[in-house]
Design a protein around this ligand. Structure first.
Ligand code: ADP
Length: 425
């Protein structure tokens, strides 16, 4: 009850008692004063009880029945609502941040001053084996590796290290420590296995190309030095110049194949409008003649080609596929050996098949022969020639035509190379 209401109540009660005494009706006026006091206090108690009931669930809108507590309840209710909206917004933001960070393939770990874990994302589990329940524990006790200790100790101002993932030793991780403030650090880990593989492939490739070019170049330089300043008769000179032809041609083939392969790797798959209808029977027949005249060979090539069996493709790319498979069949089978070529309908597809009776290939080499510069017998290529890039080109072209090269072979028993392309009537 407010102070002014208490004063008013006191005045009324005292007035009633005085009037009772004055008129000799004390009993009646005392009774009336008691009733007034009771009514005044009962109203305050009812409001208080209503307020207490509302206060148990203060998010309900306060009703008029709260009486004199109405104003207080309303402002309490408004500030609670504001706080609730704010909390919801923060919660949503935190949830969105967590969901997004779980989608990131790199791992991040928030660390405090003592390098104890404060937060981790999902990739930290896959890459480093850390779990949400590890929050609060020291990272060095969970990821045990001398490199991470060096990183955490900031040895030699080191802020990047690389080591095998504790969850899978085939996965190479790169870890980077970022010092955010005095008491907060972030440790980032990313999978660099693929990157390392590509880097080492590039190094191998450069080493292979240099090696392949060096041999014919050495022969060329040798001949050039031998004739330099010599007074040679025209016949000898002609003979030496003729000998220069083979290594020069070899270098040209290598550079041509390298350019083809680079172009294939760099360009996107052909769109429908880049394709043309190709009559493969005619193309294969022409290539068969071209290949045997180039190699001046006397293999007996038998062609079994279904006419009018066409496919959609890039003409010069398919030309190089057939050409490479023909030259390999000739190169890796004995003089005069039979080579059977088939082009035929197979369900929805057309199949090209070339079978030779040559060296054959052991199973462990089959999956690798389409790698660049992979040779089953590296010493053989001096006799047989070849750039070591032919089947890599075949693989790429077929992949661009949604097909794949398949091989059936056994050492000494010849080989069959085949692939399917969708028919186009
Ligand atoms: P190369 O220019 O050396 O022939 P390829 O990429 O065409 O390069 O072939 C890779 C390797 O696959 C060859 O060096 C050879 O060892 C093997 N190879 C390819 N075709 C045949 C075949 N028809 N018979 C036996 N071995 C083959």
């Amino acid at each position: 009850m407010s102070p002014s209401a208490s004063i008013a109540l006191t005045v009324v009660v005292v007035g009633l008692l005085a009037a009772g005494w004055f008129f000799g009706i004390v009993l009646w006026t005392t009774g009336a004063a008691l009733v007034i006091v009771f009514v005044a206090y009962a109203r305050g108690t009812r409001d208080r009880l209503a307020f207490l009931r509302w206060a148990q669930r203060p998010l309900r809108t306060p009703q008029d029945s709260l009486g004199r507590f109405q104003e207080a309840a309303k402002s309490l209710h408004d500030s609670l609502n504001l706080e609730r909206t704010r909390n919801r917004r923060w919660l949503n933001l935190a949830r969105r941040f967590r969901d997004t960070s779980d989608l990131i393939p790199d791992a991040w770990i928030v660390l405090d001053q003592e390098m104890n874990i404060e937060a981790v994302n999902r990739a930290a589990t896959t890459l480093l084996g850390l779990k949400q329940s590890d929050v609060g524990r020291p990272i060095s006790a969970l990821v045990r590796h001398p490199e991470i200790n060096r990183l955490l100790m900031n040895e030699d101002d080191l802020n990047i290290v690389e080591f095998a993932s504790p969850t899978d030793d085939q996965t190479k991780l790169e870890l980077r420590l970022i010092r955010i403030s005095e008491d907060q650090n972030i440790l980032l880990a990313r999978d660099v296995t693929e990157l390392n593989r590509l880097l080492s492939m590039r190094q191998d490739f450069i080493a292979n190309v240099s090696h392949e070019l060096r041999s014919p170049l050495t022969v060329l330089i040798g001949y050039i030095e031998s004739i330099y300043g010599e007074d040679l008769d025209p016949d000898t000179l002609k003979e030496i110049v003729q000998r220069l032809d083979a290594p020069a041609q070899r270098m040209k083939s290598l550079v041509d194949d390298l350019l083809t392969l680079t172009r294939l790797e760099a360009s996107p798959d052909p769109e429908w409008e880049d394709l043309s209808r190709i009559d493969c029977a005619t193309l294969i027949q022409a290539i068969s003649q071209e290949a045997s005249s180039l190699k001046r060979d006397n293999h007996s090539i038998s062609l079994d080609l279904e006419r009018n069996l066409c496919v959609m493709g890039v003409g010069d790319e398919l030309h190089s596929v057939f050409m490479n498979l023909f030259t390999n069949a000739i190169r890796y089978s004995p003089e005069g050996g039979p080579i059977d070529v088939r082009w035929y309908r197979l369900n929805e597809n057309a199949r090209f098949e070339i079978t030779d009776s040559g060296l054959g290939i052991a199973p462990e080499h089959i999956s690798r022969i389409t790698e660049r510069f992979y040779r089953v017998d590296p010493s053989n290529f001096r006799v047989k020639g070849g750039t070591g890039l032919g089947l890599a080109i075949v693989k790429h072209v077929l992949r661009r035509h949604q097909s794949a090269l398949k091989v059936e072979s056994k050492p000494g028993g010849g080989s069959t190379f085949f692939f399917d392309l969708p028919r186009f009537e």
